[in-house]
Structure formats: C-alpha cells, structure tokens
Design a protein around this ligand. Structure first.
Ligand code: FEC
Length: 293
C-alpha cells in the first residue's frame, strides 16, 4: 500500500507577468475590471515580486520539510497557479499512490474555499486512488499552541483575522465563521489573553456584501474605544503572502498610522518546525499512523 500527500495552497503568480492569467483563474471566467487588474499588478509590484514569488518558495520549503518529517512523498498542488492540483494528482498516481491525503494550507472549512480544493483533487483522481481529504484542522492542538506562543504575554489588544468571504455563506449554514471564532477563542484561552477581538480582512471588490468587520474599520472602532496598541494574529492564513504582506503590513499599518495607533503582527508559521510537525500530526491521524515517540 502506498500513501502520497497532496499539499494544497491558494497559489501565487510566479512573476509579475503572470498576474493577468492568475487573476483570470481566480475570477473563473467572470469579467475583470481593468482598474482592479491594474491595482493587483501594482500590489504585487510594490511587494517586489518581479521575477520570483516568495510565497511559492515558502510553500516549497513547507512541502520539503513535511516530506522529510513524514517519510512519505508530498506533492504541491495550487488552486490558482502551477503546479496545479490536477498535476499533483497525476504525479501521485505516477508514484503508485493507492491512497492520496489531501491537505490544504488553510485551516478552516468553507464551501467557497476548501470545497473547491476538494473538487479539483477529486476530479483529477477520478477514482484512481482512495482520497482521504482533510476538511479542516482549525482546532489542531499544535496549531493552537503555536499561535498561543506568539501572543502570550502581550500587553496589546489582540486582533485575530482571516480572509473575508461573501456574507451569503452564512445563510447557507457554512461553518467558516464559527470555526474561525473557535480557533480564536481556543488560542486566546491557551495564551491566557482576555483582551481580544476578531475581524475579517482582504475583502474583494465583487459587488456583493462580504463578512465584516473589515480590519480597517475595526482599527477605527478600537481607536475610538482607546485601544491604540494592537497585535494582529492571523488565524486563517499560515504563510507570508499578499494578504499578509500587503493587506496587513501595508494597508492596515497605513490606517493605524493615520489614527496614531501602533499595530504589530505575529510571525507567520511558514515552514517553522513546530508547524510542519503539526501538519504531519494531521496526516498521521487521518492515515491512522502512530505518532513518532
Ligand atoms: O500571495 C498571493 O499571491 C496569494 C494570496 C492569497 C491568498 C488567498 C486566500 C484566500 N482567498 C479566499 C477567497 C477569495 C475570494 C476572492 C478572492 C480573490 C483574491 C484575489 C487575490 C487573492 N484572492 Fe483570495 N487569496 C489570495 C489572493 N479570494 C489576488 C483577486 C484580487 C482581489 O480581489 O484582491 C474573490 C474571487 C472573485 O473575484 O470572485 C472569494 C479565501 C482564502 C483563504 C483560504 C485559502 O488560502 O485558500 C477564503 C493566500
């Protein structure tokens, strides 16, 4: 019996010239306003992504570390860029996989996010191997501990954040928001932090209402109530990428500076050893392999 892990990520354009095709992939054939494309190119340009993507390099380091930790092949599959999830599925089958573990580098389930990863992987495998798909890992003890370690002892107000999604998911009974709040509460408890709140970030201009409050409005509300020292702890993302390095490090900091607030953020898990060990624990559990002593 042969097990292979397909480690899935949102994906990032490898170079600036890829941005139009990457954005078209995210939009899935729906129209793109030229000003939105220009804005996106500009954001990537200002992050210094001309010829190579730091996000994809982090994902590759995480993949390699997880493979070494598990002693199993781990292949990267991107939802919106190359190597595609379908490429990873074919590569897994070429390695002789009987069982494929699908694990997304995003801890919380939503029908608008994780379900799409699952669909791509299922379609690509087309029944040629068993699929063990991890729907969510938002209460994984190693993940909670890792985040708690990064906020413990702070005197700042802690704001947990995650990617917003269109509000309509709530009416459809989607667990996304509840899972995000559960992670936030459990991390705060572990770190013995009482002074915390939650906000969304990175809403897209799609013309419909998105879940709020958005971090930029939330900073204003915190300022109004005198909380001028903030530590941002993203719980819905695990690595340094556009949503962290632009939406938080540039946009949120600019808004904070205008308001006279101080905003810091935790270091992202990226390929840190305790995070890789956490991903390995998730895989071992779903494969029912005993943990190493
Ligand atoms: O660093 C990078 O190059 C990629 C960063 C990146 C991550 C990410 C994660 C999530 N997204 C989620 C939902 C949506 C929905 C739309 C949407 C649009 C974008 C655009 C870019 C982008 N997202 Fe993203 N997302 C990242 C990047 N995302 C770029 C397009 C430009 C823009 O709107 O700013 C709206 C699609 C539409 O137009 O209809 C919905 C969710 C996550 C967290 C889960 C995951 O990582 O999969 C949910 C990282």
């Amino acid at each position: 019996m042969s097990d292979v892990v397909v480690l899935m990520a949102y994906g990032s354009p490898e170079r600036l010239a890829d941005v139009p095709a990457y954005y078209a992939d995210i939009r899935g054939g729906r129209p793109i306003a030229p000003e939105h494309l220009e804005d996106l190119v500009e954001r990537y340009r200002r992050l210094g992504i001309e010829e190579s993507s730091p996000l994809n390099a982090i994902t590759e380091r995480t993949r390699a570390a997880l493979e070494a930790e598990l002693g199993l092949p781990v292949l990267t599959g991107m939802k919106h860029w190359t190597p595609r999830i379908a490429d990873a599925a074919e590569a897994a089958l070429a390695l002789g996989a009987d069982t494929v573990v699908g694990l997304v580098l995003a801890p919380h389930y939503s029908s608008l996010s994780i379900a799409g990863y699952r669909e791509q992987l299922e379609q690509a495998l087309a029944g040629r191997a068993d699929l063990v798909f991890v729907e969510s890992w938002h209460t994984e003890p190693g993940f909670l501990d890792l985040l708690a370690d990064r906020i413990r002892g702070t005197a700042s107000h802690v704001v947990f954040t995650a990617h917003s999604l269109p509000e309509r998911i709530l009416a459809a009974g989607d667990p996304y928001k509840d899972q995000l709040l559960e992670t936030s509460r459990l991390v705060a408890e572990r770190a013995a932090i009482d002074d915390w709140s939650f906000s969304f970030q990175s809403e897209s201009p799609t013309g419909e209402p998105w879940l709020g409050p958005d971090i930029l409005d939330h900073l204003e509300a915190l300022h109004a109530r005198g909380a001028d020292d903030v530590l941002v702890c993203p719980v819905g993302f695990v690595s340094d990428h556009l949503e962290i390095r632009w939406d938080l490090d540039v946009e949120a900091r600019e808004r904070a500076a205008q308001l006279g607030m101080r905003v810091e953020r935790i270091e992202m898990p990226n390929d840190d050893a305790p995070f890789v060990a956490t991903l390995a624990a998730v895989v071992r559990r779903v494969l029912r392999v005993p943990s190493r002593a």
